[in-house]
Design a protein around this ligand. Structure first.
Ligand code: ADP
Ligand code: MG
Length: 240
């Protein structure tokens, strides 16, 4: 579903991704871990065209993600992203937030979009809050709305960039639960996270990024349980 080969990206003169290779198969859940500044967000942003890259291959379903406007538009409707800060529209109701993309980007019919948006809110446990405004919700609820909004585009894959890092600890579980359900339904997901319990339980593959390179990848029990690379060991020792 997603193919990345020899991906290089600089900001100015500073290399940030230094030859990253990654394949994501349909239905796979990849957890991307690594220290702050290692390039995790940049890697995700290259996958859905939010960031240009300098060299290498990034393909989604065989379509290269490049500067061509048409391809970027196509990719953005196929690959949704959920951010650390939920990025909901503050002046739109919860239901309107979920309807926004399908209605205005995909130009699908209102009645159908409304019905689907309501079903998605039900799915994330917020069917009764459609008329609320984002500020009236807790952070965990807002993030669940953001996930419903991402799903509303009927994406082929969802990228999550530290979706629980901005949440109070007691709200993390409700968001992880929604993500766990999505994974169980077969959604293809790339998740940047520091939630090692989630990674251990849900990920098919854990990839450790250090200083712009994927230094270790494999099943969670291997990368988290018996890491081979000293950098991985050091990182895990610090966060666990
Ligand atoms: P992570 O998500 O792993 O914390 P990022 O991908 O955000 O790492 O950043 C990787 C590196 O690129 C960091 O050194 C960061 O300062 C730098 N960086 C990220 N975005 C920009 C930008 N827009 N302009 C310049 N440097 C950036
Ligand atoms: Mg980041």
């Amino acid at each position: 579903m997603i193919t990345i080969e020899a991906l290089h990206k600089k900001f100015g003169e500073t290399p940030v991704l230094k030859g990253v290779d990654l394949r994501v198969e349909r239905g796979e859940v990849i957890c991307l871990i690594g220290p702050s500044g290692s390039g995790k967000s940049t890697l995700l942003r290259c996958i859905n065209g939010l960031e240009h890259y300098d060299d290498g291959i990034v393909e989604v379903l065989g379509t290269p993600v490049d500067r061509d406007k048409k391809s970027i538009h196509e990719i953005r409707t196929q690959v949704s992203m959920v951010f650390q800060r939920f990025n909901l529209f503050p002046h739109r109701s919860v239901l309107e937030n979920v309807m926004e993309g399908p209605l205005h980007v995909q130009k699908r019919p209102l009645a159908q979009v409304r019905e689907e948006a309501q079903a998605l809110l039900d799915k994330v446990g917020l069917g009764h809050r459609g008329d609320a405004y984002p500020q009236q919700l807790s952070g965990g609820q807002q993030q669940r709305v953001a996930i419903a909004r991402a799903l509303a585009m009927k994406p082929k894959a969802i990228l999550f960039d530290e979706p629980t890092s901005a949440l109070d600890p007691e709200l993390v579980g409700e968001v992880l639960k929604v993500m766990r359900n999505l994974a169980a339904e077969g959604m293809t997901m790339v998740v940047v996270t520091h939630e090692m319990g989630f990674a251990r339980e849900v990920a098919d593959k854990v990839c450790f990024l250090h200083d712009g390179r994927l230094v270790e990848s494999g099943p969670p029990e291997q990368v988290l349980g018996a890491p081979e690379h000293p950098r991985t060991r050091e990182f895990l020792r610090r966060i666990l």
